[in-house]
Design a protein around this ligand. Structure first.
Ligand code: FES
Length: 80
């Protein structure tokens, strides 16, 4: 996913449906120092139920549009 594609997502977009965790919540957690997928899962519970929102590799059928690993990669690219 390109940075431009990523930035089309609203901060209220629900990344993790199992726990109702938004993109804004996940970026706030990254800003607070939880900068890996595992750290985000520990902090927010996102990705810890069906696991589909963790990565495209796990979400083979594309159930989720945005995944935790893509958020971590975006944050790294933007030095968040
Ligand atoms: S959508 Fe995130 S764990 Fe199910």
């Amino acid at each position: 996913m390109t940075i431009e594609e990523f930035e089309k997502f609203d901060m209220n977009y629900t990344v993790c449906e199992c726990f109702d965790v938004t993109l804004g919540t996940l970026l706030d957690a990254i800003k607070a120092g939880h900068k890996t997928v595992d750290a985000l899962m520990d902090e927010t519970d996102a990705g810890t139920a069906c696991e589909l929102c963790q990565s495209k590799a796990i979400d083979e059928d594309g159930d989720r549009e945005l995944h935790l690993d893509e958020i971590v990669a975006y944050a790294k690219a933007k030095e968040i």
